[in-house]
Design a protein around this ligand. Structure first.
Ligand SMILES: O=C(O)CC1=CCC(=O)O1
Length: 275
């Protein structure tokens, strides 16, 4: 296991492959999850790419730090981690709040970003009322009290079978996140708005969404894609909010096709920076 002290807190991360030798893909995960959600995508990409995953603050094995957070706290952690690992010019793939972190990273440090894969995310997600209601419920009654509603938006009905051990496992992942980390990140999403910044994105970008995503539905993700100059847009069939879990093969195929085209257009990377 790999850990680094960044911005005064311990972050848990994992690097597979050599960033000095292969194009780097960084995966940023969603609210209420840790980096294990990317496993079935990573195993399909490893070998061709160096892969960095990490648990954002307040999630997984990373420290909680001072909650509540702003999205800039999460962005600052990823900047710190990439600087710590001397990774530049990476492909950033972010899911949901991870996609907002990716947008914020590009806004602050475009030198770190070669391409963006924005998965089931938005320039703005939800309303202040929705997030404040959720924060209050979790503070008063715990994550378990909202888990069923969240899981209905995360996964399609066929995945949400009690007979599916993976469904139970991801429910465990959600309800075992620290309350302060979870509500702290709800506050970060509530206050984040990348509507203006989206128009300034000038790297190859693809926006991807599950056709049954109940959290950031296809309409929202399409709206984001339309804000970003020349962004591509893809819908994955039979997936909710977390296609890396439900449809990893389809998601990997889209990522591969996008990177084959966009990295080819831009020229080869070696040593974590463009030639
Ligand atoms: O958990 C949810 O409701 C969906 C979600 C919104 C932001 C995020 O990261 O996940």
């Amino acid at each position: 296991m790999q850990f680094a002290r960044i911005n005064g807190i311990t972050l848990h991360y994992q690097i597979i492959g050599a960033p000095a030798e292969k194009p780097v893909i960084v995966f940023a995960n969603s609210l209420g999850t840790d980096f294990r959600i990317w496993r079935d995508v990573i195993v399909r990409l490893a070998g061709d790419f160096a892969i960095l995953t990490y648990d954002k603050r307040g999630h997984g094995l990373s420290d909680i730090g001072n909650a509540p957070y702003s999205i800039e706290d999460h962005v600052g952690d990823l900047i710190g981690l990439l600087d710590h690992l001397s990774v530049r010019d990476a492909v950033i793939c972010g899911l949901s709040v991870g996609g907002m972190i990716a947008q914020g990273l590009y806004a602050r440090r475009p030198d770190l970003v070669r391409a963006l894969i924005l998965c089931d995310t938005g320039h703005k997600i939800g309303t202040a009322d929705i997030w404040n209601t959720r924060i209050t419920a979790v503070e008063e009654k715990g994550i378990e009290s909202i888990a069923d509603g969240v899981l209905e938006r995360w996964f399609t009905p066929s995945f949400r079978s009690e007979a599916n051990p993976a469904f139970k496992g991801y429910r465990n992942m959600l309800i075992r996140q620290p309350v302060a980390g979870y509500t702290g990140t709800c506050a970060a999403v509530r206050d984040a708005d990348y509507t203006e910044a989206a128009g300034r994105i000038a790297v190859p970008t693809i926006c991807i969404v599950g056709d049954q995503d109940g959290s950031t539905p296809p309409d929202l993700v399409l709206e984001l894609a339309k804000l970003i100059p020349r962004a591509r847009y893809e819908v994955i069939a039979n997936a909710g909010h977390i296609p890396c879990v439900e449809q990893p093969e389809a998601l990997t195929a889209i990522i591969r096709a996008f990177l084959a085209q966009s990295l080819e257009e831009e020229g080869p990377i070696a040593g974590g920076s463009r030639q």
